[in-house]
Design a protein around this ligand. Structure first.
Ligand code: PMP
Length: 387
């Protein structure tokens, strides 16, 4: 090797499936693999106007700005948080380059090599990847159809004194499962009593098409042991790269320091344009349209699966978000089957990379937000042939 990379670079594995998934760009391919929103629902016209408007104001939209983020945008987010039962101040909100950056900053601030990090089994692959590069020791906590199992979580906290817990409690990537209200309250109590930090990652919470909303775990937090992350990636567009963190003062100071070193601040222009969009258009109508369409696509996928898949194949039935999770009979390996699927011109993400260790190879993730109902029907029929 020509360069002498740092040890942690060896831990930054590109997953084997990434290569396979490159072929999903072929035009005839039906891809349930990516985590992409539906581009036809992006508010393209409105964003065009928003950028035009801010660019015609004054030169400060192209200037360096504060690391914390554009104050009016943070005030807007504060209000939005208030509506979800999270009481905070603009000073406790940091604008990030997507919530992925927030995950990286938190990992950078918290993980010493060998520190224990508790994650759900399975968990968001992008979080596992970024945490892994800081050399933690992962401990998996089992989940069921109501989310993480609280007794197992509490026991692991007491036994292993983790540095933090990482949860995606609402319409989780990859399973679509949502943590019940009772468990949320219990989790908030446990982290408070044990004085352990919980990272609550909530990119999908607003994409609910069925059932009643459940409050974020952060809304039960009275002592600052929960740090909350969200993003405009799923409600406006991921290309904006705009997310945010809600954290208490001590953590916020360090996050600002870490972000300063990483990229000084999130793009001034994009923050200003997003703020213009958020305050001049009916965003809740827009989100409702997304929910309506994703709900329709989810229904089509589930109906087609019920009709075509063998009865030995089961799946989650999410009330929101972008994904569902399929469990095949135990002897089937979704990594091996992916090659067959690609031949049939349909793609999915095998479950294995969503496990920090001891993967269940008979699982896989399907995305329904990025394919039209017709494509969903044909894609599921193609998969049925293979399963
Ligand atoms: N967390 C979870 C659970 C996600 O699914 C994603 C996007 N796939 C992210 C964080 C990152 O989102 P973004 O950086 O676009 O805000």
């Amino acid at each position: 090797m020509k360069y002498s990379f740092a040890e942690r670079v060896n831990l930054m594995q590109s997953s084997a499936i990434r290569e396979i998934l490159k072929v999903t760009e072929q035009p005839e391919m039906i891809s349930f693999a990516g985590g992409l929103p539906a581009p036809e629902l992006f508010p393209l016209e409105e964003m065009r106007e928003a950028f035009n408007h801010v660019l015609s104001s004054d030169a400060s939209v192209l200037q360096y700005s504060t690391t914390e983020g554009y104050l009016p945008l943070r005030e807007y987010i504060q209000q939005r948080m208030q509506d979800k039962g999270i009481s905070t101040t603009p000073g406790n909100i940091l604008i990030t380059n997507g919530s992925q950056q927030a995950l990286d900053l938190l990992a950078k601030l918290l993980i010493n090599p060998g520190d224990v990090v508790l994650v759900e089994k399975p968990s968001y692959l992008g979080a596992l990847q970024v945490f892994r590069s800081y050399q933690p020791q992962f401990m998996d906590i089992p989940t069921d159809d109501e989310g993480i199992q609280v007794a197992a979580l509490e026991q692991a906290i007491k036994e292993h004194k983790p540095k933090f817990i990482y949860l995606t409690p609402t319409f989780k990537n990859p399973t679509g499962v949502t943590l019940s209200s009772e468990r949320r309250r219990a989790v908030a109590k446990i982290v408070q009593e044990n004085e352990v930090l919980l990272i609550e990652d909530d990119p999908y919470g607003e994409l609910r098409f069925y059932g009643e909303p459940v409050p974020p775990i952060k809304s039960y937090d009275e002592t600052g042991w929960v740090v909350y992350l969200s993003t405009f990636s799923k409600t406006i567009a991921p290309g904006l790269r705009l997310g945010w963190v809600v954290a208490d003062e001590e953590l916020m100071k360090k996050l600002v320091l870490a972000k300063q070193g990483t990229d000084l601040h999130t793009g001034t222009l994009v923050q200003r344009a997003a703020y213009y969009y958020l305050t001049n258009y009916n965003v809740s109508d827009h989100v409702q349209r997304i929910c309506l369409e994703y709900g329709r696509r989810r229904d089509v996928m589930l109906k087609e699966m019920a009709e075509c898949f063998p009865s030995s194949v089961s799946c989650t039935k999410p009330q929101g978000g972008m994904f569902l999770w399929v469990t095949l009979p135990e002897h089937l390996d979704s990594v091996k089957l992916l090659t067959r699927a690609i031949e049939e011109k349909v793609a999915y993400v095998p479950g294995a990379p969503f496990y920090s260790k001891d993967a269940c190879f008979n699982t896989l993730r399907l995305n329904y937000s990025n394919s039209t109902p017709d494509k969903i029907k044909s894609g599921i029929r193609r998969l049925a042939k293979i399963f």
